[in-house]
Design a protein around this ligand. Structure first.
Ligand code: BES
Ligand code: ZN
Ligand code: ZN
Length: 525
């Protein structure tokens, strides 16, 4: 699909449809008022008759019958003005594009929704329109013809020519973000017979070649040499070879430091010997969504080029039962030397992350952010709208929260209480891999914390948010691509932060003032 930003009057644009908007309980303003006039007051009349309410999510179709070059004027409801947010721009764009695709529109022009409302800048709005449109139109069509033909072109139309550079910048970033999110969705939507650990490594290679990233693919003999007994343990039951994938982006040549993104890549989680009930088991092809998000985020970061170094680490394996599988009660040793009693082979995500986090620490990466479809308990706690956020450094957690907020991805912080650590204590090993029945998302996160060596770290449990059972806004049924945009925004914000007040902290390798680093983010990431 092509996206263009053009200067002009939306009433004059040659397109199959134009999209304008109206707030709930208000009369048309700006470009919508101009379109209303060209349509002899059709929008105003529909508002007074109650046909258009302006409610959020409403898309009203008006056929223009020759009054405008475009055959259709779609009026998108923005809801109440005071409730309007940037994420609503994404949703409005997604909903209106989907409605117009159903009507066989190929070329769609839109005004810039919400710019200057509630502090929303036009650049951010253009970004959100592009993200919302592309993600709302996403479909997974590898094995089945899509239901509708694609919209081929979206035109973002602005009257003020001076606004174009900002809109172009926003539109470019939006396209990069949406394409990366779609890449993650594609990987997650692929069935597990296709998206094996080996295939994940191939996709990583494709990303690395395209984006000029450094790549390492470690196989089981490398894992053995590095002492990754936990990742190897989980992989033992499967005939698919495990892979540990690393993708490195170097945006700051003058710094040796890098931040680490770690993503769980279980390409199918049957539970292993602690096998899951068969009902709903097919959903467990999504268990590599964290790994997919990390890979996709690296591909977007490579295009947006922030001045920061980022390493993505993806432990990829299947979790299957067999004669060679890990058994409940087995004891394995992670790369950092800690022994783990495997009480349930279904708590495998934390095992492979134990090795991946140990590896990240050994590489000196800091801060660390991991993403994992880790626990059903997190989905029970927060539902499917919020990912759980945990961490050992409040400043980093707040940075991640701000990044998520900017990206339109919802997080909710959960605690890491010292007193729950007791639950992970084992009689025969340093730690065991499950706690008590309640608070399972927390004990899982506390388990991970044992492998971070107190580096600043945030864990995002995306078990509830990685896929959706229904489409709305810019979410479609299936994989959501959650986490990609949060990670990219985080990398951008950490790069800017260093570049602005402490420009020297990267370029000359000078340490940041001590009072800002003590117990907080480590210097130089
Ligand atoms: N992959 C699952 C978690 C999951 C559940 C993801 C539902 C998405 C939707 C994870 O490996 C798992 O099986 N966790 C167990 C942990 C338990 C054995 C302590 C769980 O949540 O039941
Ligand atoms: Zn599991
Ligand atoms: Zn799992």
């Amino acid at each position: 699909m092509e996206i263009k930003v053009i200067a002009g009057d939306i009433t004059q644009v040659e397109a199959d449809a134009i999209v304008v908007n109206v707030f709930e309980g208000e009369q048309p303003g700006g470009a919508t008022a101009v379109v209303d006039k060209a349509l002899d007051g059709a929008i105003t009349r529909l508002i007074s008759s109650g046909g258009i309410k302006g409610k959020f999510g409403e898309v009203s179709i008006i056929h223009t019958f020759g009054k405008l070059p475009a055959g259709i004027a779609a009026v998108a409801g923005l809801g109440k003005r005071q409730d309007f947010t940037l994420d609503k721009v994404r949703e409005v764009a997604g909903e209106s594009c989907r409605s117009l695709r159903k009507l066989n529109c190929h070329r769609v022009a839109t005004i810039v929704h919400g710019a200057d409302i509630n502090g929303i800048e036009s650049e951010a709005s253009a970004e959100a329109i592009v993200e919302g449109s592309l993600l709302g139109l996403y479909s997974f069509s590898k094995y089945k013809k899509p239901e509708y033909e694609d919209i081929k072109e979206i035109l973002i139309v602005e009257r003020e020519e001076g606004e174009l550079p900002a809109l172009e910048r926003g539109s470019h970033k939006g396209k990069v973000m949406a394409e990366a999110t779609s890449l993650a969705r594609d990987m997650v939507n692929q069935p597990a017979n296709y998206m094996t650990p080996g295939r994940m490594a191939e996709v990583a290679k494709e990303i690395a070649d395209k984006s000029k990233l450094e790549i390492n693919i470690f196989d089981s003999s490398d894992m053995e040499a590095m002492g990754m007994g936990a990742l190897l343990g989980v992989s033992k039951g499967s005939s698919q070879a495990p892979k540990l994938i690393t993708l490195s982006y170097k945006g700051n040549e003058s710094s040796e430091s890098a931040i680490g993104f770690i993503g769980k890549g279980v390409t199918f989680d049957s539970g292993g010997i602690s096998i899951k009930p068969s009902e709903g088991m097919s959903e467990m092809k999504d268990d590599m969504a964290g790994g997919a998000a990390v890979m996709a985020a690296l591909s977007a970061i490579a295009q947006l080029k922030p001045k920061i170094n980022v390493v993505g680490i993806i432990p990829a394996t299947e979790n299957l039962p067999s004669g060679s599988a890990l058994k409940p009660g087995d004891v394995i040793k992670a790369m950092n030397g800690k022994t783990i009693e495997v009480v349930s082979t279904d708590a495998e995500g934390r095992l492979i992350l134990a090795d991946a986090l140990s590896y990240a620490v050994k590489q000196g990466l800091s801060p660390l952010v991991d993403l994992a479809t880790l626990t059903g308990a997190c989905r029970v706690a927060l539902g499917t709208g919020y990912s759980g956020a945990f961490g050992n450094d409040q400043e980093l957690i707040d940075n991640v929260r701000r990044a998520a907020d900017k990206a339109g991805e919802k997080l909710w912080q959960l605690p890491l209480p010292e007193e729950y650590k007791e639950q992970n204590k084992s009689e025969i090993a340093d730690i065991k891999n499950i706690g008590e029945r309640y608070g399972g998302a927390i004990t899982a996160a506390l388990f991970l914390a044992e492998f971070t060596d107190n580096s600043p770290w945030v864990h995002l449990d995306i078990a509830g948010t990685a896929s959706s059972s229904k489409g709305s806004g810019y979410i479609v049924k299936g994989a959501t691509g959650v986490g990609v945009r949060t990670l990219v925004e985080l990398a951008l914000s950490l790069a800017t932060k260093c570049a602005e007040p402490f420009a020297s902290c990267h370029s000359e390798g000078v340490e940041r003032p001590k009072n800002l680093t003590q117990g907080k983010l480590r210097e130089g990431y």
